[in-house]
Design a protein around this ligand. Structure first.
Ligand SMILES: O=P(O)(O)O[C@@H]1C[C@H](O)[C@@H](CO)O1
Ligand SMILES: Nc1nc2[nH]cnc2c(=O)[nH]1
Length: 342
């Protein structure tokens, strides 16, 4: 049989190199052909050039965590992701050490106003925490797995529970600006509609299963502790439990989109959080997430309510930041007591 380079087919190719599995091969080049000694068929030897791997391996993530541990010897059990305008949570941290994102090899940089761009490791109300002063958003141009990379880094720092916060608009008409919604569930639209799940790519079973369940993504016990904390601080009336929907952003929603989201069961809409939550659950972390409602979404045509702006989002977050940081300060202590009792 004549060998025709145009007809070469390699049906499956899984090549292990030092860094882990690599795929897909992007270029095959026929190098030589010969008769196979056993099969008695003509075979060709091909040279394979591999596409660079976009995802980080476990070892690469561990390296980032080791770099941080070498700089700041630490053993945080709780990780906190501060949403827009909520970095003030970090002001309550004692004996804190900052590491700028740009100084961490392999990390990302924060490009959004209201996100300070540093890790802060220290003591929050008697609990060692690692706090992200600023997060990464898909709309900044980062793929969702990269937005969630800090969660895996936290996991290798020893974190067992994460508190993920965000600024969001209200879709539920009973919510008021300044209220807090604990996430009890979510609609991950960029994943469901756009194939942007952060777990897409090779799965490392040492980190988590290929097909994680998200039925109980938001820990019930942690939500109870959060509501008890709100009650103790006299904030219970402004706290809700609801469904968060992620829009990729950066544009805010149209009126038709908001009505569609409401009819699908959403209570609040934002542009973050879900890549981090999914990644945290995948690697076995417990999750508490909440939204600060920074603006009311406009659901009717010809409404004279103000259109949403980033300035309004930051303004509301700043007006509420003391209350929110007080809440998180007491919350971590309650969460820690519960973890120690388990
Ligand atoms: O990081 P979060 O989710 O708090 O930030 C939200 C989403 C956008 O960055 C911004 C929109 O106003 O707030
Ligand atoms: N998508 C979205 N994100 C927000 N973040 C803060 N407010 C909003 C909003 O109204 N919509």
């Amino acid at each position: 049989m004549e060998y025709d380079p145009g007809l070469v087919r390699i049906r499956q190719c899984a090549i292990e190199d030092a860094a882990g599995p690599s795929f897909p091969p992007i270029e095959f080049q026929a190098e030589q052909e010969a008769a196979h000694p056993v099969l008695q068929k003509r075979v060709c030897v091909v040279r394979v050039r591999l596409a660079p791997l976009p995802w980080l391996t476990i070892n690469e993530v561990k390296k980032i965590a080791d770099f941080i541990k070498n700089k700041v010897p630490c053993n945080p059990k709780i990780g906190i992701v501060c949403g827009s305008g909520l970095g003030v949570i970090g002001d309550r941290i004692r004996n804190g050490v900052y590491i700028k994102y740009e100084d961490i090899p392999g990390f990302l940089v924060s490009t959004v106003v209201g996100h300070r761009g540093a890790l802060l490791i220290g003591d929050l109300n008697g609990v060692e925490v690692v706090c992200m002063l600023g997060r990464f958003h898909f709309y900044e141009g980062y793929p969702t797995w990269k937005c969630a990379l800090p969660i895996r880094v936290m996991r290798f720092l020893g974190v067992e529970t994460v508190i993920v916060t965000n600024a969001a608009g209200s879709v539920n008409p009973t919510y008021r600006v300044g209220d807090v919604m604990l996430l009890k569930d979510h609609l991950f639209l960029p994943s469901i509609c756009g194939g942007l799940n952060p777990l897409i790519g090779p799965n490392d079973d040492k980190l988590g299963v290929r097909f994680p369940s998200l039925t109980t993504a938001y820990d019930k016990k942690l939500r109870e502790i959060a509501l008890e904390t709100a009650e103790a601080l006299g904030l219970r009336e402004s706290f809700h439990e609801g469904v968060y929907v992620m829009n990729s952003g950066p544009a805010f929603e149209t009126i038709a989109e908001l009505n569609f989201l409401r009819s699908a069961g959403a209570d609040a809409v934002g542009m973050s959080t879900l890549p981090e939550v999914v990644t945290a659950r995948h690697c076995g972390l417990r999750v508490l997430a909440f939204s600060l409602i920074t603006n009311e979404c406009i659901m009717e045509y010809d409404s004279d309510k103000p259109h949403p702006t980033q300035e309004e989002v930051i303004e509301t977050a700043e007006a509420k930041q003391e209350q929110i940081s007080d809440f998180v300060f007491h919350l971590v202590s309650g969460m820690n007591k519960e973890a120690l009792a388990c």
